[in-house]
Write a protein that binds this ligand. Structure first.
Ligand code: ADP
Ligand code: MG
Length: 337
């Protein structure tokens, strides 16, 4: 008898959820990315008990048609890429078609959406491991996703959840990263019924000030440099605003928050002569480049990337920031607020 068996689909999704959906904040990140990819201009997030009890996210994006609703929760089903070529120049935040299926495998999920041209919205739910068929629902536009009781069916994973306050702090951080990356979108964040953040569409500089605080804004230089197909813009704090921890380090590549050794190194070098080795620089920087110069398909959470021409990139980042810090008075006004 053969001992090797194909795993059931639900179990496959639960395994992959362990990788992508480590905690409520990772589910929130995926949901926010979907709303951004759907072209939303207004996104509202409601969390209860740090997101463990409930994450509800509502957007006014393109919506999902009735017939596509079950597909949205199916593994490896995506509207964002078709071919390997698409993958090489992916412009959306998502492309793996795995997030909703993974979340649905470890929670009770409700998906309500009104696709273009639909007379009303439709809703599907995951119930006792099964997907309900679409039922009519009320929703003016866009998509609303509710994630109840994350990990209710995977106790081993649930044990790793921290206190409500800690999980909320992680959710707030995930929210911050997306809100920073898209100043043109309005965002609201509520926790246990209280509004914690309320952001109107704004100029990028104002959004940076709103997310990182006035002190950061007033002690930062604003940069905006181009070289070949590269553009680096955003705010970098002067040494008198240095931190003892790595908070307030935000770097985005084509709108995607990333953590990258090469970038960290280039920035450290740029600050080397003016910052004590025990201190950490603070920044909100945005790198724009041709999508085919960066591979985002390195890790399921997509915060790691690989650059094609890493040497040129390192030099560009180093020089841009080093120059700005050396003569802050030359880089527009020293304050961005
Ligand atoms: P991916 O984002 O990688 O495509 P997901 O599992 O996150 O995979 O989502 C699956 C599909 O569901 C998306 O490709 C998209 O077509 C649809 N979808 C998910 N969330 C939304 C949303 N908020 N608005 C519109 N469509 C959505
Ligand atoms: Mg997605």
């Amino acid at each position: 008898m053969n001992a090797i068996k194909l795993l059931p689909d639900l179990l496959i999704s639960q395994i992959s959820a362990g990788e992508v959906i480590g905690r409520p904040a990772s589910a929130l990140k995926e949901l926010l990315e979907n709303s951004v990819d759907a072209g939303a201009t207004e996104i509202t997030v409601q969390l209860f008990q740090g997101g463990i009890k409930l994450i509800r996210i509502a957007d006014n994006g393109t919506g999902i048609s009735r017939d596509d609703l079950p597909l949205a929760l199916t593994r490896h089903a995506t509207s964002k890429i078709n071919t390997l070529e698409d993958l090489q120049k992916v412009a959306s935040l998502g492309f793996r078609g795995e997030a909703l299926a993974s979340i649905a495998a470890v929670s009770r999920l409700t998906l309500t959406s009104r696709g273009a041209g639909e007379k009303h919205a439709w809703q599907i739910q995951t119930k006792d491991r099964h997907l309900s068929s679409p039922e009519p629902a009320a929703l003016a536009s866009g998509t609303t996703v509710e994630i109840h009781d994350l990990y209710f069916n995977t106790p081993a994973r649930r044990k790793f959840l921290k206190t409500e306050a800690t999980e909320y702090a992680h959710c707030d951080e995930a929210f911050k990263r997306i809100a920073l990356s898209r100043a043109d979108i309005g965002f609201t964040l509520q926790h246990n019924g209280t509004i914690r953040r309320y952001l109107r569409p704004a100029d990028a500089r104002l959004r940076i000030a709103a997310m990182l605080g006035d002190e950061f804004a007033q002690t930062s230089v604003f940069v905006d440099e181009r070289a070949a197909d590269l553009r680096l813009w955003g705010a970098s704090a002067l040494p008198n605003y240095s931190r003892s921890s790595r908070d307030n380090q935000y770097f985005f590549v084509n709108g995607r928050f990333v953590r990258d050794k090469l970038i960290t190194h280039a920035l450290r070098e740029a600050y080397r002569d003016i910052l004590h080795p025990d201190r950490h620089p603070a920044f909100a920087l945005f790198l724009e480049m041709n999508a085919d110069g960066v591979d985002v398909n390195v890790h399921p959470t997509k915060t790691e990337v690989k650059f094609r021409d890493s040497r040129a990139l390192h030099q560009f980042i180093f020089h841009t920031i080093n120059k700005a810090l050396a003569s802050p008075q030359l880089v527009s006004a020293a304050s961005i607020s």
